[in-house]
Design a protein around this ligand. Structure first.
Ligand code: NAD
Ligand code: ZN
Length: 377
C-alpha cells in the first residue's frame, strides 16, 4: 500500500510499504478516505522526538471498515468510522474511568497509545491506504448516513475537536464566562468553538498569524494579535483589569515570543497572568518529558520557569494532558449530524496522499492560509 513514511527531520515521503492487516481477533481493517496532518505531527517532522525511521505517520483518521477479526461484533464491514487518535483497550483502570488517552494496556509502561506517533506504542499511522485498528469495537466510532457528505467535519472527531473541547472541560468553562485561548492553530480554534458551545459569553483567541486570527473571528471569538502589543495587557484591558474567567493553552512547548525566539512555557505564564484569581486553566498544548539527566537546565522542552508564586497567590487550578477523545466524540458527532457544529470550516487544503510531503512542508512553514491539511489516499 502507499503510505507516508518518516525518514528524518523534515524528510517524509510517500512510498510502498507492506499492507496493514488484521493481526488480532479484536482488530478491524479500515480503508482510509481522509487523514489529516496535525500540529502534533510537526513535533516529529521537525526532529524533536525519537520517532523511528520508517514509521508510517497519521493519527487523525477516518474511513470504511473492509474487514473485521473474529472477536469484533459491534463494528461491521461497510461501516464508515472515525478513529480517536488514542488507542484504548476498554478494560484497564484508566479506560474504565474514561481516561482513554492514558490506556495502561495498549502501550504498557508509558502514558497512552496512538497511531503513528513517537513513544506512543508500535502502531502504524493512517496517512496510508489502509489502517489496522486495535480493539475495534471499543475504538471505532460509527458515523451516520451523512458521513461522506460531511467528511471534513466528522474527521475532526479523531483529534482536534475533542482536544479543543477537552481544553474547555479541563478549564470547566461554564455559561456566561469569559475565556482566553492561547494559540489560533487548529486546536486553539476548536477550543474557541467549544467554549462557544458551552455558553461562554466572550472568547479571546491570542496568536499573531493574521489568517488564523481571521478564522477565530469567523468562529465568533475576539482575536488578540500579540504582535500588536502585549496580549496579557490586552486581555486585562478588555476585562476591567480582572482577567478572563478561564483559560486554555493550545500552543505547547514550541511557543515563540513575538521576535520569533523559542520560549517554552511563555504561554503558560501568560495565562496565569491573564486569567482572574481563582480561575481555571486547561493545558492541551503538548509539553514533552524532560531529560532526567539535564540537571537544573531549564532550557529544554519539558522544563521551564513557571511563575508558581503568581499561580498560588491567585488560587488558580490547572488541568493538563492528552484528550480522552472517547469522552466527547459521540456527543460532538451528534451535533455535527444535526448541523449544530461545523469544525470543517477551518480546512484550508485537501490533497491526494501523494502530495503529503508538500502538505507537511507548507503547513510546517505556517505558510499564509495553510491552516489545516486533509489528505485523501
Ligand atoms: P499549530 O502549531 O498549528 O498551532 C499553534 C499556534 O500557536 C500557531 O498558530 C502559532 O502561531 C501560535 N503561537 C506560537 N507561539 C505563540 C505565542 N507565544 N502566543 C500565541 N500564539 C502562539 O498546532 P495545533 O495543531 O493547533 O496544535 C497545538 C498544540 O496542541 C500542539 O502542541 C499539539 O501537539 C497539541 N495537541 C495536543 C493534543 C492533546 O491531546 N492534548 C492533541 C492534538 C494536538
Ligand atoms: Zn492530531
Amino acid at each position: 500500500m502507499r503510505a507516508l513514511v518518516y525518514h528524518g527531520p523534515k524528510n517524509v515521503a510517500v512510498e510502498n510499504v507492506p499492507d496493514a492487516r488484521i493481526e488480532k481477533p479484536t482488530d478491524a481493517l479500515v480503508r482510509i478516505t481522509t487523514t489529516n496532518i496535525c500540529g502534533s505531527d510537526l513535533h516529529m517532522y521537525e526532529g524533536r522526538t525519537d520517532v523511528e525511521e520508517g514509521k508510517v505517520l497519521g493519527h487523525e483518521n477516518m474511513g470504511e471498515v473492509i474487514e473485521v477479526g473474529d472477536g469484533v461484533d459491534r463494528v461491521k464491514v461497510g461501516d464508515v468510522v472515525v478513529l480517536p487518535f488514542n488507542i484504548g483497550c476498554g478494560f484497564c483502570k484508566n479506560c474504565e474511568n474514561g481516561y482513554t488517552g492514558f490506556c495502561l494496556t495498549a502501550n504498557p509502561g508509558s502514558a497512552g497509545a496512538a497511531y503513528g506517533y513517537a513513544s506512543m506504542g508500535p502502531y502504524s499511522g493512517g496517512q496510508a491506504e489502509l489502517l489496522r485498528v486495535p480493539y475495534a469495537d471499543w475504538n471505532a466510532l460509527v458515523l451516520p448516513e451523512d458521513a461522506r457528505e460531511k467528511e471534513k467535519d466528522y474527521v475532526m472527531l479523531s483529534d482536534i475537536l475533542p482536544t479543543g473541547y477537552h481544553g474547555t472541560e479541563l478549564a470547566r468553562v461554564g455559561i456566561g464566562e469569559s475565556v482566553v485561548v492561547w494559540g489560533a492553530g487548529p486546536v486553539g480554534l476548536m477550543a474557541a468553538m467549544s467554549a462557544g458551545l458551552r455558553g461562554a459569553n466572550q472568547v479571546f483567541v491570542v496568536d499573531r498569524q493574521p489568517d488564523r486570527l481571521r478564522l477565530a473571528e469567523t468562529i465568533g471569538a475576539t482575536p488578540i494579535d500579540d504582535s500588536a502589543g502585549d496580549a496579557v495587557q490586552q486581555i486585562l484591558d478588555a476585562t476591567r483589569g480582572e482577567g478572563a474567567d478561564k483559560g486554555v493553552e493550545a500552543v505547547g512547548y514550541q511557543a515563540h515570543d513575538h521576535t520569533g525566539e523559542e520560549r517554552p512555557g511563555l504561554t503558560v505564564n501568560s495565562l496565569i497572568e491573564a486569567v482572574r484569581p481563582t480561575g481555571r486553566i486547561g493545558v492541551v498544548g503538548v509539553f514533552v518529558p524532560a531529560d532526567p539527566n539535564s540537571g537544573d537546565d531549564l532550557a529544554q522542552e519539558g522544563k521551564f520557569g513557571m511563575d508558581f508564586g503568581t499561580f498560588f497567590f491567585k488560587g488558580q487550578t490547572m488541568g493538563t494532558g492528552q484528550a480522552n477523545v472517547k469522552q466527547y466524540n459521540r456527543q460532538l458527532r451528534n451535533l455535527i449530524h444535526r448541523d449544530k457544529l461545523n469544525p470543517g470550516l477551518i480546512v484550508s487544503h485537501e490533497l491526494g496522499l501523494d502530495e503529503a510531503a508538500e502538505g507537511y512542508r507548507r503547513f510546517d512553514d505556517r505558510e499564509d492560509g495553510w491552516t489545516k491539511v486533509l489528505l485523501h489516499p
